[in-house]
Design a protein. Structure first.
Lengths: 509, 287
């Protein structure tokens, strides 16, 4: 039944736009590719609302990532409903505190607050749950199970889904699939040149294709672009490299901690192996690559500087935009795996192939519980992610809006409205879809004081990358800090919250 | 006559003083005795727990403090030397004196965060123009990714940004010096070097002490340069006290603990700057 419903919605979203295209896309060129798409929060429906004399205050990220679509949809919402929408743009690092300080003081200077999905545990007591009306809408029914879980806390949705994030591998298809390159690589290394199945293969290929002009553009290219800058989302990159070694499907009960004892797993041999690989990776990133933030990573891979990259969708979308020098020359694949995986129960390595998707945290947005215009706020969010806006936003890499609906996994969207090569569109959507189907997924840590935990990881791993500590020493330091945080926050509080995430990872939610 | 009513006139000033100076400090002290954080908002009372943690279990704070001491002392010494040289240059009658006076002040008038973004672009190791130029000589320093060089990159940006402030104070000092000692030195046939060592420098000592102390206070708060340029990295090699307090307070939202660090830092700075001022006075004024 669910599959039929999804298929119906997908068909509606893909094929029905043409009938409405003329009416709304003249006024709102942003949706010119599809026109309005029928739904509870379509342009048509929103135009019938009257919010004249009411003001909606939004705190969002700086332009462009998420800030630009927020402002754009605010302007559209104003035109359609007569509301006044005030948008404040805030740097990513300050989104948490900018909402949290007034929240804790019992104020609500913003009706709508943007942040990251892993803020949910700290923010949920200050946010209004998404009303049933929206939960039952066809658009919401189209949201993937993973992202329903990411936006919710133990069954109650506090964050309105506007974005879907996961980390996956991006590679230069024109190199990896090039028969001449494959022959040369085989001759020089004795190995096959293919989409890397393991991080060790990734490293071998990245090293081989490092520091020489392999695409003949007159400039040197490098092996890999990664987020390695301290405190700039680097901990997420580290977790992406760790899942293959440390997320064992045969040992449920916690990836980050042992749920029963709340002892951190972060310094077990699986994580240490991943950090050792990462330290090695400093040798095949572009000059200055160890100071790359997300923007640098997107610019580097998207600009054709590296063979590989992994993290959020943005680098892939940037590479596939019309103005990219490598449009239709890139491929998407699951994160590399490992030939062995750590078993934390038997305290030993299992010598078998393991791969685990990382459904990383991404953009999230909620409505303040103390807001006086909650209806309008939810209508705005529903409008933000309506079919037409969502499809148009997906096509613009800098917007930071990525697939989170089942209908997003239809390759025709990318082929027809974005001009993607069918083979690439298929590999992209299949990669994302496979992650949704996997039973060995890792979800972001969402416990009280989450920033203390992730900040400790960023500090520890950056010390290892800088050579200040060995991988084992660095992660021992992180584990010690995590134990101290658990003790400060309270073991029970962290354990209860972590149990919710573990249920998702163990496929019980 | 009874003049007691005169005290009423003190109230507005006193009120402002309490509001903007005393209250925030008292609030920080009270906050430092609480466990306020993201999961436990509110001014509960946990005694000296935060201070005990700071003094017994947080080597990172002390490492960042010693790093800060190195960065601020080095930058201020460089700013003083360069600022004095520039001020001395435009104090003399040289061509385009006014132009240079304005030119030397330009870096200070720019917005530090914006300028640091530009410096970061300059020093970008694969895309920046600095290494592009240096590649002609076959060198490509790791400006932002080598733990040692990154410290000097921070120093370069800080010196560029704030030398004009030192220049301004020292130029004002030079312009206010009496002419008589210089005339006497000229009559005695003193060379320019001897004139500088025995006349200019001693006469400038009081203003030099003031300028150095003001800059040390400012330099010890270095935050935006580190935040934009390196985020305290690679590793923790450029992390300073204020940046570390920022991370604990506004990133990790450990408000109580960050307040205890801020208050401890304030006390350390008051003590150390008082000692530095005394030592400078003793050395430069030979008191």
């Amino acid at each position: 039944m669910k599959t039929c419903l999804t298929a119906l919605i997908s068909s509606l979203m893909i094929f029905s736009p043409m009938a409405y295209a003329d009416k709304w896309s003249d006024q709102f060129p942003h949706i010119k590719a599809t026109g309005d798409i029928p739904g509870d929060c379509s342009y048509e429906k929103m135009s019938k609302k009257n919010y004249k004399g009411k003001t909606l205050k939004i705190n969002t990220h700086a332009i462009p990532v998420m800030g630009e679509p927020t402002a754009l949809h605010a302007e559209q919402f104003e035109k359609l409903t007569g509301a006044k929408v005030e948008v404040t743009h805030t740097p990513a690092g300050d989104l948490y505190s900018k909402a949290m300080v007034p929240f804790q003081a019992g104020q609500a200077p913003y009706d709508v607050v943007f942040g990251f999905s892993n803020f949910i545990n700290d923010w949920k007591r200050y946010l209004a749950p998404v009303p049933k009306k929206y939960m039952n809408s066809p658009e919401m029914k189209d949201v993937t199970k993973s992202h329903m879980g990411v936006s919710s806390w133990d069954g109650t949705m506090y964050q309105y889904p506007v974005d879907g994030d996961r980390h996956y591998l991006k590679y230069r298809k024109d190199v990896i699939d090039n028969p001449e390159m494959q022959k040369k690589y085989k001759a020089d290394t004795g190995n096959e040149l293919r989409v890397p199945r393991t991080w060790k293969e990734y490293a071998q290929m990245a090293k081989y294709f490092n520091d020489w002009d392999w695409d003949g553009d007159g400039e040197k290219e490098y092996g890999s672009a990664e987020v390695m800058k301290k405190d700039d989302l680097m901990f997420a990159a580290f977790f992406s490299r760790s899942v293959a070694y440390a997320k064992n499907p045969r040992t449920p009960g916690g990836f980050f901690f042992d749920l029963e004892t709340m002892k951190p797993n972060i310094n077990n041999p699986g994580f240490v192996e991943a950090l050792t690989d990462w330290v090695e990776a400093t040798k095949y990133v572009p000059p200055g690559g160890t100071n790359f933030g997300l923007g640098d990573e997107i610019g580097s891979f998207g600009g054709g500087q590296t063979l590989f990259s992994f993290s959020w969708d943005d680098a892939f979308i940037a590479a596939m935009q019309d103005d990219s020098p490598i449009k239709n020359k890139v491929g998407a694949a699951p994160l590399p795996g490992a030939d062995r995986v750590w078993n934390r129960v038997s305290n030993s390595w299992e010598n078998q192939y393991n791969q685990a998707p990382y459904i990383v945290w991404g953009w999230a947005v909620g409505v303040a519980k103390k807001s006086k215009v909650k209806d309008m706020a939810f209508d705005y969010l529903c409008f933000f992610s309506n079919g037409a806006n969502h499809q148009a936003d997906l096509a613009i890499g800098r917007f930071g809006v990525n697939p989170f609906k089942n209908s997003d996994f239809d390759p025709n969207i990318y082929i027809n409205s974005m001009g993607w090569d069918p083979e690439i569109a298929n590999s992209y959507t299949q990669t994302l879809l496979d992650m949704e189907k996997s039973n060995n997924r890792v979800f972001p840590l969402r416990v009280p004081g989450v920033f203390e935990f992730t900040s400790a990881v960023a500090t520890g791993t950056s010390k290892a990358l800088a050579g200040q500590l060995s991988p084992q020493e660095a992660l021992d330091e992180v584990a010690k800090e995590w134990e101290a945080i658990v003790s400060r926050v309270g073991k029970k509080a962290v354990q209860d919250a972590y149990a919710v995430g573990v249920k998702m990872e163990d496929n019980k939610l | 006559m009874n003049f007691k009513h005169k005290y009423f006139f003190l109230f507005p000033g006193l009120f402002v003083l309490i509001g903007i100076l005393i209250f925030p400090i008292i609030f920080v002290v009270r906050l430092s005795l609480s466990g306020w954080n993201s999961y436990n908002p509110g001014l509960d009372y946990i005694g000296l727990e935060n201070y005990i943690r700071l003094f017994t279990d947080d080597p990172r704070f002390w490492e960042s403090f010693f790093r800060l001491s190195f960065l601020s002392v080095t930058t201020v010494i460089l700013q003083y030397v360069i600022g004095f040289a520039l001020a001395h240059m435009v104090w003399k009658d040289i061509k385009f004196k006014r132009f240079f006076r304005v030119l030397f002040l330009v870096p200070m008038m720019t917005t530090p965060v914006i300028m640091t973004v530009i410096w970061r672009t300059f020093f970008h190791e694969s895309l920046g123009p600095v290494n592009d130029l240096l590649s002609v000589f076959g060198v490509a320093p790791k400006w932002l990714t080598d733990p040692v060089i990154a410290k000097f990159t921070v120093i370069i940006v800080e010196v560029w940004q704030w030398t004009p402030f030192m220049f301004l104070l020292l130029l004002a000092g030079l312009l206010s010096l009496p002419k008589e000692p210089f005339l006497a030195a000229a009559i005695d046939g003193a060379s320019p070097v001897r004139k500088f060592i025995y006349v200019t420098f001693p006469l400038m000592a009081p203003i030099s002490i003031g300028a150095i102390i003001i800059r040390l206070i400012e330099a010890s708060k270095i935050m935006d340069t580190v935040y934009v340029l390196t985020s305290g990295g690679p590793g923790t090699s450029t992390e300073t006290s204020s940046f570390y307090i920022f991370i604990k307070g506004l990133r990790e939202f450990q408000m109580g603990y960050a307040a205890s660090m801020s208050f401890t830092y304030l006390i350390i700075m008051i003590i150390s700057l008082t000692i530095i001022a005394k030592v400078l006075t003793k050395v430069l004024l030979k008191e």
